[in-house]
Design a protein around this ligand. Sequence first.
Ligand code: FAD
Length: 399
Amino acid sequence: MSPALPSVAVVGGSLGGLTAALVLADLGCDVRVLERSGSALEGRGAGIVALDDTLRWVAERSDVDPETLCSTTSRVRFVDPGGATVHEREHHNRFSSWNTIYRAMLADFEARAPDRYGLGREVTAIAGDADGAVLTEASGATSRADLVVAADGIASPTRAALLPGVAPRYAGYVAWRGTVPESELPEPVFAELADAITYQVLPGSHVLVYPIPGPSGSVVRGERLTNFVWYRNVAAGPAFDDVMTGVDGQVRPVSLPPGAMRPEQVSAFRSDVRALLAPVIAEAVLAVAEPFVQAVHDIEVPRMAFGRVCLAGDAAFAVRPHAGAGTAKAAADGWELAAQLTAHPGDVDAALAAWERTQLAMGRALLARCREIGDSSQFTGTFTPGDPALSFGLRGPGR
Ligand SMILES: Cc1cc2nc3c(=O)[nH]c(=O)nc-3n(C[C@H](O)[C@H](O)[C@H](O)COP(=O)(O)OP(=O)(O)OC[C@H]3O[C@@H](n4cnc5c(N)ncnc54)[C@H](O)[C@@H]3O)c2cc1C
């Protein structure tokens, strides 16, 4: 390792943390990942839009062909409640699943840095000083690093400690989500959904359906999953608490995973599906065995670097999902950190200052765009089929 390069502890081993770990290890840094979860992370099978930034590691530095991790569609289609097409155009999208990308990136990290990805390593405190920080884990173990990348997610304990005044702001709606094997869909439904991202705009809402890789990663048509996301307004307070209360009676402010919804919630949801969604979308959604729900939040931080500790990915800015860019932004934070450490050899503080400037700007711009799209769908009724502003992208529509 070059003496000019910092040792790095990455807190959180999801897609944001893994990308940072990979690019910094590739730069020559001594990197270790501390992941709270005690067992290999499970993505619960839901889909993600695979933007170039999300797949950049795989495309540029891995032996894996990124196309093997993605399902593709060639059209965007909007249907009306009766199922008739109201807008359709050629537009290519790639989709993947959290699991599929995570598996590929973790294998690369373990090959490059054996035994440096630690599961069951919950960080409970980070004490920064001028040259680095001391991390304390739940086990009581302590260790030191020159640089700490906190990629500990939307509920980031690191953010809570560094910026106690910053809290997730509920956007006023939740996303109902789920997947079903394409092989379980009636043939006409499969045929209609297989090569498109299919939208339906409803009053104060929209739903979208697209194919993602199958449970074992297959992107062969017929072996994939069909993924749906339906954004629905739920007032904060008792209505929200009701939706987010699982079978165990606990209210979960961020998400209720598959299998955790109360049966009466699922049957009320299915009644709404039958009443409100276009037949082709309804058939796919009704075939989902375990729909689940995620609350939509905005998080915005005024700073991302605090001495030698920095916040990356959802720990810094968590954006509404409408640009399909959450994992892309998290990945971009890692790549830019490596770029700035390269641009400022031996000067971690200068690198972090430059990194913070660019990534704050990126986070703010993405947050604003996602808010605008979400509000246009849920609150102002200006979400228009075919509007190019709705295209996914980290740096702007389609970019
Ligand atoms: C299990 C899982 C499944 C997901 N599935 C999807 C999906 O299907 N579709 C989608 O669009 N997005 C999904 N996401 C979110 C998506 O991956 C994130 O938007 C994206 O990865 C960027 O987030 P991140 O890496 O910044 O944080 P996250 O992905 O939220 O990861 C944060 C990580 O930090 C760990 N952590 C938290 N606190 C501590 C601590 N104190 N010490 C150590 N580790 C800690 C968490 O266990 C977690 O692994 C998923 C995230 C997770 C964790």
